[in-house]
Design a protein around this ligand. Structure first.
Ligand SMILES: Cc1ncc(C[n+]2csc(CCOP(=O)(O)OP(=O)(O)O)c2C)c(N)n1
Length: 583
């Protein structure tokens, strides 16, 4: 995020041109969307601009694509949706961006003051802002063309400021068409300073940290703006760094202090071992969402210093000894400048040993000759991809296996729908990632259920010459749901998928196809997929013979939350199943 002030003259133009010009001034170079009759003037304005407009196949994909762009670059991104139904279809994706704190401006046409679209109308535009208000970070409507520069400036600022998130802006047709003299100050981002309160809180944090036997760090994606400071601080006090799932890569997996994800029992084994030796946790740029703890009723065993940029977030989901509201970079810099160095050779030994054991366990897995082991697939992908190549995940069991077996070597190289777990994210996100970073290799890993929801965006990949590899983890079932059903309920319902001929599907989409049937074919299959200069569907015939460690822990927690009668029934069913191998 630059701190530029764009002061070039705006001039006399339509509201639609003002909106597009505003996005350009905010640094947006590409916009994803679906046209609509109501948004015609906006699309004319995009057509006349230097912004690359990518027409997608399904509205939610436009948001997923903008979301992926923003996650990858750390910059604001934008999309345009058809109003009403289009916006409604994108609700899950907007919620996803909100829950994972991604800065996206969502533009949508609206009715004019006397047009259709008020609350009595059956028009698609009626009540659309009310609908989206509960999921977006902020929504508003631009009432006059003259207001475009200031309103867009506000939208951009709101999307980026504090905890980032999606902001929905409705632009009525008369505002799109109307001419006005546009004036504005651009997108001023003043220098960020630590408040006096934050400095006082950090001084208290330093006292605690200097007195602690061993500090552990827990970093979320909010720490991506402070990668150097995070690394330097961790090294200065020899603190293990665990991350949230979204924060994976904040410290490269190969760093001697990096311990993987998680702060609780659902975390990686290395993180659990390292953090259990800590008598103080410094949490930075994270919310302590239940995705990482496995439940909202969880509290770390050590006292916590919690730093987050969004007022009200520090100390909200867990009890914090010190809650600091401050940007990660400023807070970490302050700590770094004022903290005493510490040496912890035992911690370094422990991390080294636990990591060695974990890698040995992975390497010991025998090759399967009749199916693909999802763990082996990730190990092979890790071998084949460079540290700054991009892996995109979908929601599901394949995702949880990735968290357990794919080492993330840099921030912003793993894109995953974490806190809202929306299936269908990975294909559009991978197309956008490849468009955004054409020089990096981009591989999407997605379950067959998720793939069948948004695979049509491979047409968008073709349309704009993006060539991601889409690895379909084909187990012919909704794997994650199946695993939960089996573990928590001891039975399965409605989890099987209709078999699909992925080769024919790929052919009909006009993309390449490769199939890997067992572990022995992984190296060559992945190598060939990565050398094709076209979008490719890589079918991996996987089986989930184990349950992903994260899913096992969360399933156990869920099972414990069942009412007593249901829990006894489940226990009996699991015993019967074990004895007679049937449900
Ligand atoms: C849009 C949406 N629909 C449904 C779900 C519920 N859900 C979570 S994981 C999952 C299974 C996905 O199956 P698949 O895509 O085959 O991936 P796998 O679990 O097998 O890796 C489902 C249906 C969801 N999270 N999001």
């Amino acid at each position: 995020m630059g701190e530029n002030v764009h002061t070039s003259a705006w001039g006399h133009m339509t509201g639609a041109a003002g909106v597009v010009d505003s996005l350009r001034r905010a640094g947006v170079e590409r916009v994803f969307g679906i046209p609509s009759i109501e948004g015609t003037w906006l699309f004319d304005a995009f057509d006349a601009s230097k912004i690359d407009f990518v027409v997608v196949t399904q509205e939610q994909s436009a948001v997923f694509m903008a979301d992926a762009c923003a996650r990858l670059t750390g910059e604001l991104s934008a999309c345009v949706l058809a109003p009403g139904q289009g916006l409604a279809k994108a609700m899950a994706a907007i919620t996803q961006a909100r829950m994972d704190s991604v800065p996206v401006v969502v533009l949508v046409a609206g009715a004019g003051p006397r047009g259709m679209g008020d609350d009595r109308s059956s028009s698609s535009m009626s009540r659309q802002l009310a609908m989206v208000r509960s999921v977006a970070k902020r929504v508003f409507r631009i009432d006059e063309p003259e207001m475009v520069p200031s309103a867009m400036s506000r939208a951009v600022q709101l999307a980026r400021q504090g905890e980032p998130g999606p902001v929905v802006v409705e632009i009525p047709q008369d505002v799109q068409r109307g001419m006005a003299r546009m004036e504005g100050t651009g997108f001023r981002q003043g220098p960020r300073v630590l408040s006096e309160q934050a400095a006082n809180d950090l001084s208290r944090a330093i006292e605690l940290m200097d007195r602690a036997e061993q500090v552990g760090i827990y970093a979320g994606a909010g720490s991506f703006e402070a990668l150097d400071e995070l690394k330097q601080l961790a090294e200065k006090i020899q603190a293990p760094v665990a991350t949230t799932l979204s924060g994976l890569g904040a410290l490269p997996s190969i760093h001697k202090l990096s311990v993987g994800f998680g702060a609780g029992q659902a975390g990686s084994l290395v993180a659990q071992a390292a953090l259990s030796m800590c008598d103080l946790i410094l949490a930075v740029g994270c919310k302590f969402s239940d995705m990482v703890s496995g439940g909202i009723d969880w509290q770390p065993s050590a006292p916590v210093i919690h730093v987050d940029i969004e007022p009200g977030t520090a100390g909200a989901n867990i009890k914090a000894q010190v809650a600091v509201t401050a940007p990660s970079r400023l807070a970490l810099r302050y700590l770094l400048d004022n903290i005493k160095p510490q040496q912890h050779p035992r911690m370094l030994d422990l991390i080294r040993e636990k990591k060695r054991n974990q890698r040995a366990l992975l390497r010991q897995r025998k090759d399967w000759t009749d199916a693909v082991d999802p763990v082996k697939a990730y190990m092979q992908l890790r071998e084949a991809l460079a540290g700054d190549d991009v892996l995109v995940l979908d929601a599901g069991h394949h995702e949880m296996f990735a968290f357990a077996s794919y080492e993330v070597q840099a921030a912003r190289t793993l894109l995953a729908p974490v806190d809202y777990q929306t299936t269908g994210f990975a294909v559009p996100a991978a197309v956008a990632a490849k468009l955004t970073c054409p020089d990096k290799r981009v591989v999407a890993c997605i379950g067959d259920g998720g793939f069948l929801q948004t695979h049509v965006e491979l047409l968008t990949a073709r349309r704009c010459d993006a060539a991601p590899v889409v690895a379909v983890f084909a187990d012919h079932s909704l794997g994650m749901v199946k695993a939960f059903h089996e573990r928590v309920l001891g039975r399965q319902t409605a989890v099987d998928l209709v078999p699909v001929d992925y080769e024919k599907l790929a052919e009909s989409l006009g993309v390449e196809y490769l199939c890997v049937r067992n572990d022995g074919q992984l190296v060559e299959g992945i190598r060939r997929a990565l050398t094709m200069e076209a979008p490719v569907v890589l079918e991996l015939r996987v089986e989930y013979r184990d349950i992903a460690p994260y899913v096992r822990v969360v399933a156990q927690l869920e099972a414990r939350r069942l009412p007593r009668a249901a829990s006894l029934k489940l226990g009996a069913r699991l015993i019967l199943k074990k004895l007679f191998n049937k449900s």
